[in-house]
Design a protein. Structure first.
Length: 294
């Protein structure tokens, strides 16, 4: 049995949808904090069990009979998030899983300027130390995350950010489909994957040009200094620690941490991944709409 955690979230739910097109539902299980939110999956024949990373004993039953477990990383930073992900990994192996897959990040490194990437590196190190089969999915930066930076640029005509660098923005749906392919038997050596990214890293100047073409309105990229950017986020209601994390996104991009692209995702999908242009058009509901993955 393949068990997917976080299966009611945006990523995990798409993985399950794609798995259901590849293998029978009775071979799929999900571990979710609130089983009532997974009733539609249960109706499709998927095994639904309660499991909470912050309550490791609950994971034993959730992972029972699993041959593989996909541990979807938590949305918490620092020691707490690392502890929850590693607890889930330990529980998966303890339940008898022969292989664990973990949703990491293309920039995972202990030296990254991007705090989440350092957390992913710590979880990857824990996985490697177990001496058992594992795959760390080096997922590209989600195109959906770009929307936060776009903000109200389509209204103001200005995409205002700190100095940045090219980023291989990647469709979350494509990454979910790739995870399903690996779980269902696609070839992959143990350890971290190559970067799973869209074919090309693009600059924010190019993002502004895409927005201009998609909306028919002139939008330009305006560089603001780092501290002004942070102050603006805080004045808009974002807690200071999170504002700093967003700034670190740009600091890391300046150093090329998100600029690496690779054909590995296209190989897993058997097609070209969704372009940033198509992803933005879909998110903003402008221009031609891309076909839904899976």
């Amino acid at each position: 049995m393949i068990v997917v955690t976080g299966a009611t979230g945006n990523f995990g739910s798409h993985v399950v949808d794609c798995l259901l097109k590849r293998i029978p539902p009775d071979q799929i299980g999900v571990s979710v904090r609130d089983p009532s939110r997974a009733q539609s999956l249960q109706a499709r024949g998927v095994r639904v069990r309660s499991g909470d990373f912050s309550d490791p004993p609950s994971l034993g039953a959730a992972f029972e009979d699993a041959s593989q477990v996909l541990v979807v990383s938590v949305d918490k930073l620092g020691a707490e998030g690392v502890a929850q992900s590693t607890a889930a990994i330990d529980a998966a192996y303890a339940a008898g899983a022969r292989r664990v897959l973990y949703t990491s990040h293309q920039a995972a490194s202990a030296d990254s300027l991007f705090a989440p990437a350092r957390d992913h590196a710590a979880v990857e190190a824990h996985l490697a130390a177990q001496g058992k089969p594992y795959v760390a999915l080096r997922n590209g930066y989600y195109t959906s995350s770009l929307l936060f930076h776009v903000g109200n640029a389509t209204e103001t005509g200005e995409l205002r950010t700190p100095a940045s660098g090219p980023t291989a923005w990647t469709s979350r749906e494509d990454l979910g489909e790739a995870a399903a392919a690996l779980l269902a038997g696609a070839n992959q050596d143990d350890g971290p994957t190559p970067p799973l990214t869209s074919p090309k890293a693009i600059s924010l100047e190019e993002v502004a040009a895409i927005l201009s073409q998609a909306t028919g309105r002139s939008i330009r990229h305006v560089v603001v200094d780092d501290e002004s950017y942070v102050a603006g986020l805080i004045s808009g209601g974002l807690p200071a620690p999170f504002a700093r994390v967003f700034l670190d996104t740009f600091r890391a991009a300046r150093c090329g941490e998100f600029a690496v692209s690779d054909p590995a995702l296209a190989t897993l999908l058997g097609r070209e991944p969704q372009s940033v242009r198509a992803g933005l058009q879909a998110a903003l509901k402008v221009g031609p709409q891309p076909a839904t993955a899976c």
